[in-house]
Design a protein around this ligand. Structure first.
Ligand SMILES: *Cc1c(COP(=O)(O)O)cnc(C)c1O
Length: 223
């Protein structure tokens, strides 16, 4: 088996184990493999190993891979910061956008023609450059998503801060999720957990994991 296949199997086994430890059904957790900076050939190999959900954080790269691999039936999750002027183009190939974080972006994503899944990203840090809505503005943004045609609110997305206990961070997201459910009971998903903290995320109720390097190996350049 290739290194990729072995790493994928290992992560899948770790997810199942963490789910069982948390008293959860592993089947309710979606693994999104984040393939940014990796070539389409690696995505094709993942597809041959049964991966259907892929994550990307840069529009041009995501668009090119989605076009090249259009016949594989993949679901593309956009997880990076998104400029309003790119919103329409991202909608064209993405099944879900995990980085809805401000009113102007919600407005740019409006559509009368199609529906895309949306996660509101919440910023767990005090640094506005890290992306995500400030927790104090969460309800207002959620209400705007709910009022906007073309967006189906799934729940929340967050990235744990650096140098902070991830379990504590994800417990905060779970609480924010309860606030969202008061406005939209069906929007109960939580997109949280990456290579180094997905076990803690599962313990706090993650439904969508965004895992890159633990599966793909190190990224070819930066990232
Ligand atoms: C790159 C990225 C990931 C995956 O990170 P790894 O540490 O490689 O697992 C997850 N979420 C977002 C938003 C990312 O940009």
């Amino acid at each position: 088996m290739s290194g990729l296949g072995a790493r994928l199997d290992r992560v899948r086994a770790d997810i199942a184990e963490a789910a069982v430890e948390a008293g959860r059904d592993p089947g309710e957790i979606t693994l999104i493999v984040v393939t940014k900076f990796h070539p389409a050939a690696l995505v094709a190999e993942l597809a041959s190993l049964g991966v259907r959900d892929l994550g990307e954080n840069r529009h041009q790269e995501a668009q090119a891979k989605a076009a090249e691999l259009a016949d594989l039936g993949l679901r593309w999750h956009f997880v990076g910061q998104l400029q309003g002027k790119k919103a329409r183009q991202v909608r064209a190939y993405a099944s879900a956008i995990h980085s809805v974080d401000r009113p102007s972006l919600v407005d740019a994503l409006r559509s009368e023609e199609s529906v895309v899944d949306a996660f509101v990203q919440v910023n767990l840090t005090d640094d506005p450059n890290r992306g995500g809505v400030a927790p104090g503005e969460l309800e207002a943004l959620v209400e705007r998503v709910l009022a906007t045609p073309g967006l189906r609110l799934r729940g929340l997305m967050a990235v744990a801060g650096l140098d902070v206990d991830p379990r504590t961070e994800f417990a905060r997201v779970r609480e924010y999720g309860e606030r969202v459910r008061r406005l939209a009971p069906e929007a109960s998903d939580l997109s949280m957990g990456m290579s180094h903290d997905f076990r803690e995320a599962i313990a706090e109720g993650a439904t969508h994991l965004r895992i890159g390097t633990a599966i793909t190996g190190n990224r070819p350049t930066g990232g």
